[in-house]
Design a protein around this ligand. Structure first.
Ligand code: ADP
Ligand code: MG
Length: 287
């Protein structure tokens, strides 16, 4: 297999890279690998340096930060290998697939399940946003970057792909289809006025909306129309799909889909919102 020869020797010494491709993103191909000494499977993210476009220095700095990030709702990095062409990042394996895939299969989630999923996202994001010296803004939160740790129905949700987006894309990329459908992007990113923590909170608002009803709050025939829709900040809770959804859920979404970033709930605040905090405890189900 010709590809095998291109893996750095340090990597192949410790890991066996399998043929299984776990996913393909905008910048990376993710494969499965197995740590030889323990037979433990991991994910191997291969990023071609072409994508970094002369910002290698930034990439190295950021990767050093990301190595210290450890939280149950975040895909951790274990090791990084580098060649002149590519970066090889060994991370936790999330074998349950993307939230996106489950969402498509289910159509939408019950409120209770949605609240649990959103709480896990918030826990991960609150942690990233609170890191002392190096607060990390994800900037690319969307169902494709939310992975289940295992295939079990109650699997832990983990955020992937954080921190890298600002290095791997020119700001312009967000305005092109190269990055996929930018339906989750905050308005201030589109106008290039802001890239702070509230950017992630907007995305969580969009994700919450989508997982409750199965469609997006902002919409357009083409990309220009979609941007216009996002920039207007206007969206509806259409009776047909939202009449049975609680007012707490709608209030939660309203607290996030606010044009002014400074008025959006921060992650810690969102965790205190009644829709998250006062969710029926699990044991009620068992009675
Ligand atoms: P990109 O930065 O190119 O978007 P991602 O990190 O989002 O790359 O990975 C692309 C896809 O690969 C994800 O959407 C997911 O399907 C899969 N993937 C990424 N990380 C893992 C992982 N740790 N375990 C399992 N699958 C993963
Ligand atoms: Mg991705």
């Amino acid at each position: 297999h010709s590809e095998k020869r291109t893996f750095p020797p340090g990597l192949t010494k410790r890991y066996r890279v399998t043929r299984k491709v776990l996913g393909v993103g905008s910048f990376a191909v993710v494969k499965e690998c197995v740590e030889k000494s323990t037979n433990t499977p991991f994910a191997l993210k291969v990023i071609m340096k072409k994508a970094v476009n002369g910002k290698e220095h930034m990439l190295t700095t950021e990767l050093n930060v990301l190595k210290w990030v450890h939280h149950p709702n975040i895909v951790s990095m274990h090791e990084i290998f580098e060649t002149t062409e590519a970066l090889y990042i060994v991370t936790d394996l999330a074998s349950g697939g993307e939230l996106f895939t489950q969402l498509v299969a289910k159509g939408n989630y019950t409120e209770k399940d949605a609240s649990k999923l959103v709480e896990q996202m918030l826990n991960g994001v609150a942690y990233l946003h609170s890191l002392d010296d190096n607060q990390i803004v994800h900037r690319d939160l969307k169902p494709e970057n939310l992975l289940f740790q295992t295939p079990q129905p109650d699997a832990n949700l983990m955020i992937t792909d954080f921190g890298l987006s600002k290095m791997l894309s020119h700001q312009d990329d967000v305005l092109t289809t190269a990055c996929g459908t930018p339906g989750y992007v905050a308005p201030e990113v589109l106008t290039r006025k802001g890239y702070g923590k509230p950017v992630d909170m907007w995305s969580i608002g969009v994700i919450t909306y989508v997982i409750l009803c199965g469609y997006s709050p902002f919409w357009g025939e083409d990309q220009a129309a979609l941007f216009e829709s996002i920039l207007s900040g206007e969206y509806q809770f259409d009776e047909e799909y939202w009449s049975d959804v609680s007012k707490e859920a709608k209030d939660f979404i309203r607290g996030l889909l606010i044009l002014d970033p400074s008025k959006r709930m921060p992650a810690q605040g969102a965790l205190q919102h009644p829709w998250i905090k006062n969710r029926n405890p699990d044991h009620v189900d068992l009675l």
